[in-house]
Design a protein around this ligand. Structure first.
Ligand code: SME
Length: 157
């Protein structure tokens, strides 16, 4: 289990690198690919990270790092769908206890889903992170991952 200080340090390094890469900018989709790569590189407690885009009222897999994942998620069921419905961060300490959890990979033991809004506060995507240990995500993750999604607000096209 990662201690809070290491987790904070990892996020500081990740957010710094994301800031530099987004400043250079270029292609938004490619930038999102790098956002997942940077987070995966720095966050020791994460084994899968990816975006699900909200398209025609279902979620479609976007840039990610990790094992192959479900391509489509209907918005009725699962952690990401709850994030869309409730438009808030969902932290799941134990995926087995989350009603309707979709197990793209049985290795996943805990999960966090963060809503991604554009400049008009329209929900555009979900940033989803999985850990292979239970109880891996907390307020440190929420605070820092919201910072990451806020960096993206202006960039959605
Ligand atoms: N567990 C998610 C599905 C996405 S995967 O974890 C990559 C859910 O219940 O929505």
């Amino acid at each position: 289990m990662i201690d809070d200080m290491t987790k904070e340090k990892n996020y500081i390094a990740a957010i710094r690198e994301i800031g530099i890469r987004l400043q250079k900018g270029g292609d938004f989709y490619a930038d999102l690919c790098n956002v997942t790569a940077v987070l995966k590189k720095h966050l020791d407690h994460v084994y899968w990270i990816g975006f699900y885009f909200l398209k025609d009222s279902r979620l479609v897999l976007g840039p990610f790092q990790g094992t192959p994942a479900c391509v489509f998620i209907e918005t009725g069921k699962g952690v990401c769908a709850s994030c869309v419905r409730e438009k808030r961060v969902i932290i799941v300490p134990d995926v087995r206890t989350f009603e309707g959890h979709i197990a793209c990979d049985p290795v996943s033991k805990s999960e966090i889903a963060i809503p991604c809004f554009d400049r008009n506060r329209r929900l555009r995507a979900v940033l989803d992170l999985d850990s292979d240990s239970p109880d891996s995500f907390d307020e440190i993750d929420r605070k820092n991952l919201e910072k990451v999604t806020q960096c993206l607000n202006e960039l959605w096209v």
